[in-house]
Design a protein. Structure first.
Length: 267
């Protein structure tokens, strides 16, 4: 297993070096960086490459063209670029994932099994995002625009909304278990975790940051599954008085009803 992991990470490193060197020598591209886990310095051996590439103005209209919003295809010009680095097994445009402006294309390379999320950004709208790993830069890049913190009213509303959402999902998730749908049951545990993250951020006067990380793990026994629900409920209960102190609103005594529903799992 370790040899397969080493082979994968070596192939990914070689691919990234090839891409970086080639793009840096290509006049069509003026900057590139990695975002995602590499940008945060939290990459793992299995991490994919979230590659952001700034396209010079003279070529951006062609390479950043969006004749469709998404689908299992891309333009001939982009495909020719991606093929410089290997034969794609899967190509999928999903331009809504590019929040800076430009295009987003998922490319899974056949030989290495490495996935590169290619984000091509027109130079006219480009800025250096936070938490990124710069690969090269030929121009003066603007810093990311400063995001205004949410107002107190927004924080109160977000915290209150996610407290209520949490208890609604906690109650309804028992039904997934009763139906035997353990896949959906575990998926909704992540929703509960996400609501806790939203409430914590709102209490700090912040917006929750997107994260793929989760502490939820597959629980194989009924007792482990119930315990995961209870641990999440415990965490939310510790936050609710803080939401009230902030000026928010929360359900009154939802926990006993959740426990009544959890008891049905033993019926």
């Amino acid at each position: 297993m370790s040899s397969l992991r080493e082979a994968y990470t070596e192939a990914r490193a070689a691919l990234l070096t090839h891409i970086t060197t080639s793009l840096q020598q290509d006049e069509r591209f003026v900057a590139a960086w990695l975002a995602g886990s590499f940008g945060r310095g939290e990459q793992r051996w299995s991490s994919d490459l979230d590659l952001h590439v700034v396209v010079a103005d003279a070529w951006s209209e062609t390479l950043c063209a969006r004749p469709w919003d998404g689908g299992a295809r891309t333009t001939e010009e982009r495909l020719a670029l991606f093929k410089q680095f290997g034969e794609p097994a899967v190509v999928y445009d999903a331009h809504g994932n590019n929040l800076v402006g430009g295009t987003f294309t998922y490319v899974l390379y056949r030989e290495s099994a490495v996935n590169v999320d290619w984000m091509l950004i027109p130079q006219s709208v480009a800025y250096r995002e936070r938490q990124t790993l710069l690969l090269f830069n030929k121009i003066t890049l603007l810093d990311a625009p400063v995001e205004e913190p949410p107002s107190r009213e927004e924080c109160i509303e977000q915290a209150s909304l996610h407290v209520g959402f949490f208890w609604m999902i906690a109650a309804s998730n028992v039904q997934n278990h009763l139906r035997g749908d353990l896949v959906q049951f575990h998926a909704l545990l992540q929703w509960l975790e996400g609501s806790i993250r939203e409430v914590r951020a709102a209490l700090k006067g912040e917006r929750a940051q997107f994260s793929k990380e989760s502490q939820i793990r597959i629980a194989f026994t009924l007792e482990e599954q119930i315990e995961q629900v209870r641990m999440l409920c415990d965490e939310m209960e510790t936050l609710m008085p803080q939401v009230v102190a902030l000026g928010g609103y929360v359900p009154s005594s939802p926990r006993p009803v959740i426990e009544m529903r959890l008891a049905l799992l033993h019926a």
